[in-house]
Ligand binder design. Structure first.
Ligand code: SF4
Length: 459
């Protein structure tokens, strides 16, 4: 019997980075010339971890709990449902259903517009739908169904909102799907300017309420005297999103998916935006102060100070306990966007751990600059990685844990490395002060689990 790590080490030695991928990987150093390529198309043949355009759009729009989502395409595309991209609702549950036009060969030859119109009619008749999103998939982009025209006709016929989402899977990668979803949200809000503004109301963009995070942040903001007018999109409602243009500020949690929407809302409705992050104690504190500074007065700043003091006091002892158990451990991170990676590095630093590898699917140049400034020399930084690269560097750097999403989980387990899901499959909220404790607890339980001492490959 030999350990998994030992066995796989020899496989890793054989694994090379593709020549065309070399520019997307760097070893952190103070040398500025050692730059990293990012925000580009995936390299052909590299098996990117990124999802397709349609999947990107679905991630953003699906958490709107009272909207209907029709996937115009083959049934396979529709398998990307709430069940694998969970988000919580405090009311409506209709978003947990998946509707599809189930396009077949005949529809590909003769066109799928009639089928789409019939699907809209059926949903309106059976469910009294008020807002329907229509997602274009690969085949719809190829056969050229005019979904704009179908949506316009359906809106007039039923006097409801039917909004096209321009998301054929081949039209780029996940980031383009985010953009397509944001354009659909603007379509839902309408382009006209708001008549009045609520000076104490903010919109919360880019939290998908995977495990109740949007509720935690909603309560924090309420406590300091700020109203969340629209949650976009976790636990979102169509009516509140339509009204979002009356708020005075947009706060953006997931910058990768929502900065485009925030910029469009600034152009169209004059709403400024702030990039914030509620992952980790440090970023949660900073974000609350930033919001209060922007929107509030002296009294609000005082309330934030008192609130932060109380919350930090409550979690101090627990975090100290976990720091002792985690000090010196090595973490690898591979997540969707830069904002999350940055907060995670800070959280690991706070726990006394070292980040030895960090990568994102859609990080931007600015994100990577911050990442480089936070990581030690020698940390592997990579953009749009593939499984072979992740495995190679996890082993080379001796990572004790990988933080990622559903696609990264098997990579870690295959290597006998602990794993923390920081994406749609988790059940414990990881944001705010309580989330910082939940995170430390999960990392401790996972890294220090006795299972790693017993794990062996079959020989
Ligand atoms: S790549 Fe195309 S066919 Fe595949 S899930 Fe995405 S939209 Fe559907």
């Amino acid at each position: 019997m030999e350990s998994t790590k030992g066995k796989l080490k020899s496989q890793e030695e054989e694994s090379e980075i593709l020549k065309a991928r070399e520019a997307f990987v760097c070893i952190n150093s103070k040398d500025k010339k050692n730059s990293l390529k990012c925000d580009a198309e995936s390299v052909s043949g590299s098996v990117s971890q990124r999802a397709c355009v349609y999947c990107g759009a679905r991630v953003v729009l699906n958490p709107i709990t009272d909207a209907y989502h029709i996937v115009h395409g083959p049934i396979g595309c529709a398998s990307y449902t709430w069940d694998i991209r969970g988000s919580l609702s405090s009311g409506e549950e209709i978003y947990r259903n998946s509707f599809s036009t189930d396009l077949r060969e005949k529809d590909v030859i003769f066109g799928g517009e009639k089928k789409l119109s019939a699907a809209i009619d059926e949903i309106v008749e059976k469910h009294k739908a008020k807002v329907i999103f229509i997602y274009a998939t690969c085949i719809v982009g190829v056969i050229g169904d005019d979904i704009d025209a179908v949506c316009r006709t359906a809106e007039k016929k039923h006097n409801i909102r039917v909004i096209p989402v321009k998301s054929p899977g081949f039209a780029g990668h996940k980031s383009m799907g985010y953009k397509a979803a944001c354009n659909a949200l603007i379509e839902l809000m309408g382009k006209e300017k708001p008549k009045t503004k609520d000076t104490k109301a903010v919109n919360y963009l880019g939290d998908f309420n995977l495990a109740g995070e949007a509720w935690i942040i909603n309560n924090y903001l309420k406590e300091i005297g700020i109203k969340v007018a629209a949650k976009i999109t976790g636990d979102g409602r169509c009516a509140e999103i339509m009204n979002a243009k009356s708020s005075s500020l947009n706060i953006v949690q997931c910058a990768g998916s929502m900065t485009y929407l925030a910029k469009r809302m600034e152009e169209l409705y004059g709403i400024p935006y702030l990039k914030i992050s509620f992952f980790g104690v440090e970023d949660t504190k900073l974000s609350l102060f930033k919001i209060a500074d922007f929107i509030g007065d002296k009294a609000m700043a005082e309330r934030v100070r008192a609130f932060v003091f109380k919350e930090e006091k409550e979690i101090e002892k627990e975090l100290k306990y976990y720091r002792k158990r985690l000090e010196g451990k090595r973490a690898a991170i591979y997540v969707g966007g830069g904002f999350k990676a940055i907060s995670l590095i800070k959280q690991f630093n706070d726990l006394g751990m070292e980040t030895v590898m960090v990568g994102t699917q859609t990080g931007k140049k600015d994100d990577y600059e911050v990442i480089r400034s936070l990581c030690a020399e020698g940390t592997v930084i990579l953009d749009d990685a593939n499984p072979a690269e992740l495995e190679k560097f996890m082993l080379e750097k001796g990572a004790d844990i990988l933080v990622g999403g559903v696609k990264e989980r098997p990579l870690a387990y295959k290597l006998g490395v602990a794993f923390c899901d920081h994406n749609h499959e988790r059940k414990e909220a990881l944001c705010g002060f309580i989330g910082a404790v939940n995170f430390a607890k999960e990392i401790d339980l996972t890294i220090n689990s006795p299972v790693w001492d017993y794990l062996r490959l079959e020989v």
